[in-house]
Design a protein around this ligand. Structure first.
Ligand code: MRU
Length: 323
């Protein structure tokens, strides 16, 4: 059973179930090339997830579920496959969520297809609710990539901006480049261009000056895991933005599906932050900039305390707390 057709969008689905294998966009090749990869094995899927060919919490949820679906068709032992998949990216709770959902289902294939379709519907609801927090002509700062590419389609924080644009609110976007691997510069910039939404790329360290200059009306980011107390793990640099936003009295919103809320994690201090290879810091686009042999620390995510979050935008609405 193939995935249901994708609603009209200039950006194709990030990941699709093809009946007996998975097809996904190789995000490492963007913005230069839109390349689709056919995935026939769990080992290949794990390699692609670790290498960030597919990334973004909701997209990882679908990838995890489809991985289990693939393994079930191939008659593999699902416990081992689930562990392999979950180990690739420990912070994004949607990955484990998707794996567990498909594993618990009587029909893992049907469940994976359902999760993918549900992701699109959820994101449309996030966009519709989120428009309420974006006043006319807002200058919105965002971080990392939370668009169609980070999900099966449509996006979370970027979907809120897109919905506001489609509603005629004329938002413009400050796009943080998002070091070290530049999801903002490569992916968010590309998506916003495809959508015709006015956007300007800035280095991450410019956010404070932009806020001080009165150039930012609100910030909207995504999440990789939201603890039960509302603390938010998201791409490294998010915490600094939240502190800056509070200092400058700028609203700071987190947009995410409820599947990103992890009731089993009490607080941000319990979240395991993925540590990625130092080469991502030492190099830019595969070119080494730091001296050979330079040590580098690469925490992929940080944790923003709930007290710095103005509101959470989920498919259920906008709330100032996690219930
Ligand atoms: O390392 P990545 O690119 O997977 O990190 C992605 C993010 O931090 C996103 O902000 C988050 O997953 C939300 S995506 C809708």
């Amino acid at each position: 059973m193939p995935s249901p057709p994708h609603e009209e969008s200039p950006i194709p689905p990030t990941i699709e179930w093809m009946g007996d294998h998975i097809r996904l966009i190789d995000q490492r090749r963007l913005p230069d090339e839109l390349v689709l990869v056919e995935v026939h094995s769990i080992e290949k899927l794990c390699e692609l997830i670790f290498a960030l060919a597919i990334r973004g919490a909701p997209a990882l949820g679908a990838a995890g579920a489809m991985g289990v679906a693939l393994a079930s068709l191939q008659g593999r032992e699902l416990g081992g496959v689930a562990s392999l998949l979950k180990a690739t990216r420990p912070t994004a709770v949607n990955l484990a969520w998707g794996v567990d959902r498909a594993r618990a289902a009587a029909d893992p294939v049907a469940e994976a297809v359902r999760i993918a379709a549900h992701d699109v519907a959820v994101n449309q609801a996030i966009g519709a609710h989120g428009t309420a927090v974006v006043p006319d002509k807002s200058r919105v700062l965002t971080h990392c990539n939370t668009g169609s590419l980070a999900c099966v389609g449509w996006g979370t924080a970027l979907r809120v901006i897109r919905s506001s644009h489609e509603a005629g609110r004329r938002p413009s976007v400050w796009v943080d480049e998002t070091r070290p691997v530049l999801q903002g510069a490569r992916l968010t910039a590309w998506e916003l261009q495809q959508l015709g939404i006015p956007a300007t790329l800035v280095v991450d360290s410019m956010a404070g000056s932009l806020m001080a200059a009165g150039e930012v009306d609100l910030a909207i980011v995504g999440a990789d895991r939201i603890a039960a107390n509302g603390d938010v793990a998201n791409k490294i640099g998010t915490y600094s933005l939240a502190v800056l936003a509070r200092h400058h009295d700028i609203p700071f919103y987190v947009a995410a599906p409820t599947s990103t809320i992890d009731p089993a994690t009490a607080a941000g201090s319990d979240i395991v932050v993925e540590q990625r290879p130092g080469t991502e810091v030492v190099e830019v686009g595969g070119v080494r900039l730091a001296p050979e042999g330079m040590a580098a620390q690469n925490w992929a995510f940080d944790v923003t305390p709930a007290e710095l979050v103005t509101g959470y935008i989920t498919e259920e609405g906008v709330s100032d707390r996690i219930r």
